[in-house]
Design a protein around this ligand. Structure first.
Ligand SMILES: *[C@@H]1O[C@H](CO)[C@@H](O)[C@H](O)[C@H]1NC(C)=O
Length: 153
């Protein structure tokens, strides 16, 4: 059973309530992802549907633990960037100060739905829902260099 790996992943994301992108020059991977590597793809004939509810729930959590939000400081996914993952669904992610008021591209992975806020801790003006691929230029919705926090499910 992969339960321990999942617990590790979720314990790790509990520490990410303050999602912590740091520098703005090099790609920064933020996650403590204790998720196993993906197995090689299976042919259709080999796929065994998951019927056990607990197993299905575990599989769903493993998929969710791989999802994240890609952010950059310049338009069209350029400039300093970070990938915030895993996402603690339903918990506000308050950005560290170096990432407040600088984000220009905001891209949730497929399967996530997000709201962005111009105040700390998901307060103030908000915009959502945002689905993949997100916004290459947040000025189109009046949110360029204005995100201070966000929340996703
Ligand atoms: C961003 O991409 C769009 C669409 O391709 C393009 O029209 C626009 O000029 C680009 N902006 C910059 C600043 O590169």
């Amino acid at each position: 059973m992969k339960t321990s790996a999942i617990f590790t992943a979720f314990a790790a994301l509990a520490g990410l309530v303050i999602a912590a992108p740091a520098a703005d020059t090099s790609p920064v991977a933020i996650p403590a992802r204790a998720v196993e590597e993906s197995p090689p793809p299976l042919s259709y004939q080999q796929v065994v549907p998951i019927v056990d509810a607990e197993e299905a729930a575990i599989a769903k959590r493993e998929i969710e633990a791989r999802q994240g939000v890609f952010i950059t400081v310049h338009v069209n996914w350029s400039g300093g960037n970070a990938y915030i993952s895993p996402i603690n669904r339903g918990a506000c992610a308050d950005l560290v100060s170096s990432w407040k008021n600088v984000i220009t591209s905001f891209g949730p992975d497929p399967g996530l739905v997000c709201w962005i806020y111009d105040g700390d801790w998901c307060t103030g003006y908000s915009y959502g829902p945002i689905y993949n691929p997100g916004f290459a230029d947040l000025s189109s919705i009046g949110m360029n260099d204005r995100i201070n926090s966000f929340i996703c499910w």
